[in-house]
Design a protein. Sequence first.
Length: 241
Amino acid sequence: MKTIIQVRGLTKAYGQLPAVDHVSLSVKAGTVFGLLGANGAGKSTTIECILGTKKADSGEISILSLDPQKDRRHLFQRVGVQFQECDYQPEIKVSELCEETVCLYKNPADWKKLCTQFGLANKTNSAVKSLSGGERQRLFIVLALIPNPQVVFLDELTTGLDTKARRDVWKILEELKNQGMTIFLTSHFMDEVEALCDEICIIKKGKIVFYGTIMQAIEKSGCEKFEDAYLALAGEEVDAE
Ligand SMILES: Nc1ncnc2c1ncn2[C@@H]1O[C@H](COP(=O)(O)OP(=O)(O)OP(=O)(O)O)[C@@H](O)[C@H]1O
């Protein structure tokens, strides 16, 4: 299986704070990779360095065999990114935002089809600002998929979605994975991670504390349930430092 993302010794500090500390990871084509950790663990910084929107202090990063700093334009065409929020004109409609996004890419997906897949078919004429939190979240996934990407980054992908919408999104991601898409996600929902991820990496204060499969995490922790395993491995209990 081809390696889509390869990170070796990624390190990035903000002043004195080591946000990402010698992180190495590798993501194979057509798999779902979960980067996990508490708030402030360093997930977003890692993703931004992989995407080239932040410059690492040291380490090597390759994504789709490209250097994210040197080849950002090429990467832009081949990578999808879901943001928690994105900038849009205050009155813009769903259809207009999708069409604007389509214009940015050489080989865009059919946005209407994506809106239907994500349960937004009857919202295309609505203003983005009028959507519910869950609808907006689904729209951001649609926007991330418009480039027809080979790899997609989904940040806290189902935050704000109701139970059925979450399950629907999982199903679509399974289908995309089966079609060969590589998915890199962050999530604070361990049921979602368990349902979707082939491999996970847990970071704490910028350092990797676990890397492997869900089963290996359960085995290593000695817990029965993955959520307990995650809490034990991530050390999310209040520490006394
Ligand atoms: N631009 C910045 N300047 C200074 N410190 C920053 C900056 N961005 C992030 N940090 C700090 O770096 C650390 C890692 O932040 P990061 O956003 O990567 O974590 P995260 O795991 O994505 O958190 P969350 O789950 O809350 O999104 C945190 O302590 C954060 O406060």
